[in-house]
Ligand binder design. Structure first.
Ligand code: HXC
Length: 268
């Protein structure tokens, strides 16, 4: 589907996208690139990074893939620094890396719970922490007036409660709380906008294939106001809005992009 945004909406910007090699993260990488941004993708799997980067390059998008695990602070620092060294600036940090699996609370070990919090919550904070130096106004490669922006991929699960997702609900609640606090502190001090997007079920993603087997997929669709799954494109368009000048007065917000699904009960 064609983008309603101008092709130069992110011209000259550099975006670092964790988990940007697959699923929603890759669609955002592609759309950001198509709208003028240079793209650095962070991920754990070299092969995934390599194929994502060559796909972006085939579209004429300047792109690099840097291996790293958001759970490791030294990786976060190295990836942020490499992005800056390669492209000379950093404007957008998009946190899309996430861990997930279905497990009932009684079958989920504390270590399983901790693992998802480590990836989603601590990992997101660690990336923000390491990127701050480059995103703040007056930072390396930036003018004294304009800060960069941070965007987190969240969920709607924790707005109520969800089956077999206690770890993810807790982790993303922390991501949202962190987002608001950073929006307040860093918006005030450094002109950095920090926002989130909460996707509903999005077709053709690792999240859907992992979390919603076909029969759940069918049930969820029946309960959806718009009666369909979202596309990765829908999330990328929200990301474009929030990351570009179109969203310049939006800070500390979460845009729910789920067709209204979270309003309905019971859910998937
Ligand atoms: C129960 C599990 C489990 C499972 C792992 N664990 N998988 N417990 N059911 N299916 C437990 C392990 O037993 C272990 O605890 C602990 O978690 C750590 O497991 P490891 O395998 O050592 O962890 P690691 O190799 O680091 O893998 C992390 C991971 C992995 C989260 C478990 O699956 C992962 O990173 N997946 C890829 C990311 C992904 O799927 N992304 C899509 C996200 S979709 P013990 O006690 O045994 O040591 C998304 C959408 C959400 O976020 C919204 C949906 C609506």
């Amino acid at each position: 589907m064609e983008s309603p945004f101008k092709a130069d909406a992110l011209k000259g910007k550099v975006a670092l996208i964790t988990g940007g090699g697959s699923g929603i993260g890759f669609e955002i990488s592609t759309q950001f690139g198509k709208h003028g941004a240079s793209i650095a993708i962070m991920g754990r799997r070299r092969q995934v990074l390599d194929s994502a980067v060559s796909a972006l390059k085939s579209l004429g998008i300047p792109a690099i893939g840097i291996e790293g695990d958001v759970r490791k602070q030294e990786d976060a620092r190295r990836v942020v620094e490499s992005t800056f060294q390669h492209f000379g600036r950093l404007d957008i940090l998009l946190n899309a890396a996430a861990g997930n699996f279905l497990a009932s609370a009684e079958d989920l070990s504390p270590n399983g719970f901790r693992t998802v919090l480590d990836i989603d919550s601590v990992g997101t904070f660690t990336m923000c922490y390491e990127a701050l130096k480059y995103l703040k106004k007056g930072g390396p490669g930036r003018s004294s007036s304009g800060g960069g922006t941070i965007l987190n991929i969240s969920v709607t699960l924790h707005y109520s409660a969800s089956w077999y997702q206690v770890h993810v609900s807790a982790a993303k609640a922390a991501v949202d709380a962190t987002m608001r606090n950073l929006a307040l502190e860093w918006g005030t001090d450094y002109d950095i906008r920090v926002n989130g997007i909460a996707p509903g079920p999005i077709g053709d993603t690792p999240g859907m294939s992992k979390l919603a087997p076909k029969e759940i997929d069918g049930k969820a669709r029946e309960q959806m106001p718009l009666y369909k799954l979202g596309d990765k494109w829908d999330i990328a368009m929200a990301a474009l809005y929030l990351s570009s000048d179109a969203g310049k007065f939006v800070n500390g917000a979460i845009i729910v992009v789920d067709g209204g699904l979270w309003l309905s009960r019971p859910r998937y």
